[in-house]
Design a protein around this ligand. Structure first.
Ligand code: ZN
Length: 465
């Protein structure tokens, strides 16, 4: 018998490996944060003895979900006005808050980003998201302390922007300062096996060509990935047709941006030629269906992208525009949106949604060598689903039941690197409720001081006291 860190027995293991293997009454052997074997429970039990053993009877075990596009700093914006179109929303909701965050950053007080990361991190982990992106403005490497506290895997994206078409001038951070900050992040991430750094371009019309080329050069030099919002709005589409007589995708090709280390969010306003460009350069797409529907941006041609060989992952975008982090809801939104748009119920399946939420996402973040599926040698990042819950029963087809009927409340356990971070809604590393209360209290103080109006019940616990 080999003595190892952890043995999991009797689960239904949905591996998401290249053969889509599902192990019924399966066992998983975990040592030093990694999966060392997946097999029948009997074989695992006969070979290994774990310092910890988990009986996963009645549970499905999925790879941890991968959130490929997200802004932590918008986590305090749940439920912000519902009746604004995209540009008005940016003007009235998003940028006043970004401005406060950047003002804080300039004063050496990156409080908003730190508080948001805690609040959002708890949301994400509760939804079984074990690896997320965080695309933000004016973040300092001190945010890594929060990621470490949470135990979350993060690809941290520092956003570059230098044209004030959309961004108010006062919110623009100097180019040289951004590159210095990027270097500091790269250094900080070098000693952190869970956090990766990526360069961010806000979008094609908020960065000069000079800056886009410079970001590309730095990313290549430092072997880091690049992320950007692409073709999210009709505005971007029309702006490039009018100003450059080409699409934003073509423009970025001419600016030399595209390569297989780039992934984009949205990709809504694309024509066939644009999708061919993304496929040609192996650019991944982070699809955020709930956000796109809520603020009426349009429909990402996901089916066409998959047909042309473009890798697609899922994303929440932010709680300002998706309002919750439930990944099952995101999977359903993707499926329903593609089906109704194509008027074809057979055009995309539950299995495709689960792939996008796991291995598809890991692939576009360049992290599929370590996460995204349950396979020997990969990190033990897993989500345990309680199959006994009524909303899931009875079972006619397991994957369908999960994708169409499950929600975050069915999550019994979340594990990252073999460590249980959430069990039955309780966080093992810290007092969840205390952190939620204190972060909300602090943010309310900061926003009100900056003149942002909040309702009396913003901090609900105080309101009822
Ligand atoms: Zn976004």
């Amino acid at each position: 018998m080999r003595k190892i860190d952890l043995v999991i027995k009797n689960g239904i293991i949905i591996t998401q490996d290249p053969l889509d293997t599902i192990m019924y009454k399966g066992g998983i052997a975990v040592h030093e944060s990694k999966i060392i074997e997946i097999n029948d429970t009997e074989k695992i039990a006969a070979t290994y003895r774990g310092s910890r053993e988990i009986d996963a009877s009645g549970m499905a075990i999925l790879p941890g979900f991968v959130n490929t596009h997200f802004h932590f700093s918008q986590n305090f914006m749940k439920g912000t006005q519902d009746n604004l179109n995209f540009l008005d929303w940016i003007d009235k909701i998003s940028f006043p808050r970004i401005k406060v965050a950047i003002d804080g950053y300039r004063k050496g007080l990156p409080d908003i980003n730190m508080l948001s990361a805690l609040h959002a991190g708890i949301d994400l982990l509760s939804s079984g998201i074990t690896c997320t992106t965080n695309m933000d403005w004016g973040i300092a490497p001190s945010i890594l302390e929060i990621y470490k506290k949470l135990g979350l895997r993060v690809t941290n994206i520092l956003t570059f922007t230098d044209i004030d078409t959309w961004t108010p001038k006062e919110a623009i951070i100097e180019e040289s300062e951004l590159f210095t900050l990027a270097s500091e992040f790269i250094q900080a991430c070098a000693d952190d096996d869970r956090t990766e750094f990526a360069y961010g371009i806000a979008c094609a019309n908020s960065c000069s060509e000079k800056m886009i080329r410079k970001v590309r050069k730095h990313a290549t030099e430092h072997k880091k990935r690049i992320h950007l919002h692409l073709a999210e709005s009709q505005y971007e589409y029309e702006h490039f047709r009018k100003e450059k007589k080409m699409s934003s995708t073509q423009y970025l090709e001419e600016a030399g941006l595209w390569d297989s280390d780039v992934w984009v969010a949205h990709g809504i306003w694309l024509d066939d030629n644009d999708i061919d460009i993304l496929a040609q350069y192996q650019v991944g797409v982070a699809h955020t269906p709930k956000c796109n529907m809520k603020i009426a941006c349009g429909v990402t041609p996901v089916v066409k992208m998959l047909e042309k060989g473009v890798d697609v992952g899922l994303g929440i975008d932010s709680c300002a525009v998706s309002d919750n982090t439930d990944y099952f809801e995101a999977m359903r939104a993707m499926l329903f949106l593609q089906r109704i748009t194509n008027m074809d119920a057979n055009i995309i399946h539950a299995e495709d949604a689960l792939k996008m939420a796991t291995i598809g996402g890991a692939k576009i973040l360049g992290r599929d060598h370590e996460i995204g599926s349950l396979e020997k040698g990969k990190q033990a990042d897993m989500v345990f689903i309680n199959l006994n819950d009524l909303n899931l029963r009875p079972y006619n087809k397991l994957i369908n039941n999960l994708v169409y009927a499950a929600n975050s409340s069915n999550i019994a356990r979340v594990m990252i690197g073999g460590e249980t971070v959430v069990e039955k809604g309780k966080f093992t590393r810290f007092d969840k409720d205390a952190i939620i209360d204190s972060t909300e209290q602090k943010i309310a103080g900061i926003y009100r001081k900056a003149g942002i109006e909040l309702p009396d019940y913003f901090m609900i616990r105080d309101y009822f006291q």
